[in-house]
Design a protein around this ligand. Structure first.
Ligand SMILES: [Zn+2]
Length: 225
């Protein structure tokens, strides 16, 4: 990269790293630092197995594969309210499908690292223009768990009934992040027990966002048998 271009990028406000992505300088340093750490962690994951659905979307359970998956989709990470309220992160297609926007909520809740990675990989799936950015399905009303209680966001506690916060396919943002985390939980060979436990917990939660019976059956067969 020549010096003029670097100066121009400086004026425009993008901080370039050796990675395939850059942080907008509007992103608060504590949020950027946390995200950098999270992405560095995911790149260390090692495993030799994967379920067929994971193989299809991500390849093996392997940090290099996850890093490539993310970096081939997201070029820029910026700061945005993402519609406000309890939003954690978003992709706003008309502002560029290769940009991921993050809110303060990324570091506001004391969620484990794999939960933040779930958000990061969820959003990176939304960058896929060729798949209509994997738009969500509307959750049913009412939307109840097996105990008859209203299903809520594991991140914010917000009720999900009637929200565009469900998927009808294993391949969308909820399905693919469920598949990723469940595979990390099952097959990561160098993760701590806590990481594997958290991955399983958040995967099971996100599985509850899948509302099409064929998709549910396919994922159960892939991940839970
Ligand atoms: Zn989404």
């Amino acid at each position: 990269m020549n010096k003029t271009l670097i100066a121009l990028l400086g004026i425009l406000g993008w901080t370039s790293f050796a990675h395939g992505y850059s942080f907008d300088r509007s992103l608060p340093k504590d949020v950027a630092d946390q995200m950098k750490q999270d992405l560095e962690f995911v790149a260390t994951i090692q495993g030799t197995q994967a379920t067929p659905l994971h193989q299809q979307i991500f390849g093996k359970v392997n940090g290099t594969g996850y890093k490539t998956f993310f970096e081939s989709r997201i070029n820029l990470i910026g700061f945005n309210s993402c519609g406000g309220g309890s939003a954690v992160a978003c992709v706003i297609p008309f502002m560029g499908s290769d940009k991921m926007w993050v809110t303060r909520n990324y570091i506001k809740f004391s969620h484990p690292q794999v939960a933040r990675l779930m958000v990061v990989f969820h959003e990176s799936r939304h960058s896929e223009v060729r798949n209509g950015n994997w738009a969500h399905a509307t959750c049913p009303m009412p939307f109840l768990d097996e105990n008859g209680n209203d299903k809520k966001s594991i991140w914010t506690g917000a009720e999900l009934a009637g929200q565009d916060a469900c998927d009808e396919t294993p391949f969308g943002s909820y399905g693919s992040s469920t598949i990723m985390l469940k595979n990390v939980s099952k097959f990561c060979e160098n993760c701590t027990d806590k990481v594997k436990f958290d991955a399983g917990l958040y995967a099971d939660d996100q599985m509850g966002r899948i509302i099409d019976q064929n998709a549910i059956d396919r994922m159960k067969k892939d991940l839970y048998q």
